[in-house]
Design a protein around this ligand. Structure first.
Ligand code: GAL
Length: 306
């Protein structure tokens, strides 16, 4: 049984390597995509403490409790463009299903070892377990993109990305084939330095939950709400409670997962000098009127999933 805040293990007892990830529900299966950081840290030529790029892993589950490693679905070996190397930064993978074309599209934060390129990598697969083939590396609408997520709102899909030296979060509309951005975008939280974005919608409100920008070190999460995705985004409060609220329970948001009408916040608990042992937690989001509260629970999902 996995415990929130700790490293988690898969169905054969190996450490789950799916950091900065997300869970996609497709058919009867849940697919957990994330960064495979399953080797030792080192200091790269730029002096950045990191792990070499191994790939993006996918784990499958019928019930969100037991996870089976379906393998590395994006790696140097599966990249026909030779964009990915051991030194590449490829973080926070998010996968969308393109029903019209019957294919899966992965967006990641793609970067040079010094984190100065600040763009995205887009990869496509016919099956959810890959293998994903890199289509392109881009800066969305010519803008920087570091921490990012994706969000589907009816027929529209958006890339939400920290930009302008992480000072601003952009909501950028994607093209219908989900491999580029249209140029239609909006800024949120200008000069507020928010990253690790997550987005969901409940009732009349769009909510985002973000972290501050302190690298691997934890800081207070904040939620915002707005009637519109593209305007009036306003930071409201920290949804965490209790003595560990100021460090988001020593975690950082990576995705909001809806299951049967309940929303769950996925957190990474980074171990910055030993990234492969970084933990995970999945916490139920309580909605009280217009406000969010996310109490700590040791048990993933706060207990049995309803
Ligand atoms: C964090 C970010 C992580 C990773 C890290 C590198 O701010 O959320 O995804 O990029 O910085 O220091």
């Amino acid at each position: 049984m996995n415990t929130n805040g700790q490293p988690w293990t898969d169905d054969v007892g190996d450490l789950i390597q799916a950091h900065g990830g997300m869970i996609l529900h497709h058919g009867n299966t849940y697919y957990w995509y994330g960064e495979n950081k399953g080797v030792d840290n080192y200091r790269n030529a730029e002096g950045v403490n990191m792990v070499p790029f191994i790939g993006i892993s996918c784990y499958t589950s019928p019930d969100l409790l037991t996870w089976h490693h379906a393998g590395i679905v994006l790696s140097e070996a599966t990249d026909p463009t030779n964009t990915l190397t051991k030194e590449s930064i490829c973080e926070r993978p998010k996968v969308l299903y393109d029903a019209e074309r019957g294919r899966f599209v992965m967006w990641c934060h793609y970067d040079t070892p010094d984190y100065k390129y600040a763009g995205n990598l887009v990869a496509i697969a016919d099956n959810p377990t890959g293998l994903f083939q890199v289509q392109r590396v881009l800066r969305p609408n010519g803008k920087e993109s570091r921490d990012m997520t994706v969000y589907q709102d009816g027929e529209h899909t958006y890339l939400i990305h920290s930009s302008d030296m992480n000072k601003t979060l952009y909501f950028s509309e994607m093209t219908p084939d989900l491999t580029d951005c249209t140029g239609f975008n909006a800024k949120a939280f200008v000069d507020q330095e928010r990253e690790a974005p997550t987005v969901f919608h409940d009732g009349d409100w769009y909510y985002t939950i973000t972290s501050g920008c302190t690298g691997w070190k934890p800081n207070p999460a904040l939620f915002s709400r707005s009637h519109f995705l593209f305007s009036n985004q306003k930071l409201i409060d920290n949804p965490c409670v209790g003595s560990r609220a100021r460090t988001t329970y020593d975690g950082q948001p990576t995705y909001v997962l809806p299951v049967n009408g309940q929303y769950y916040l996925m957190l990474d608990h980074w171990q910055r000098f030993d990234l492969k042992h970084s933990g995970y937690s999945i916490l139920p989001i309580e909605i009280h009127g217009r406000d969010l509260e996310i109490p700590w629970t040791d048990t993933p999902f706060g207990g049995p999933i309803q």
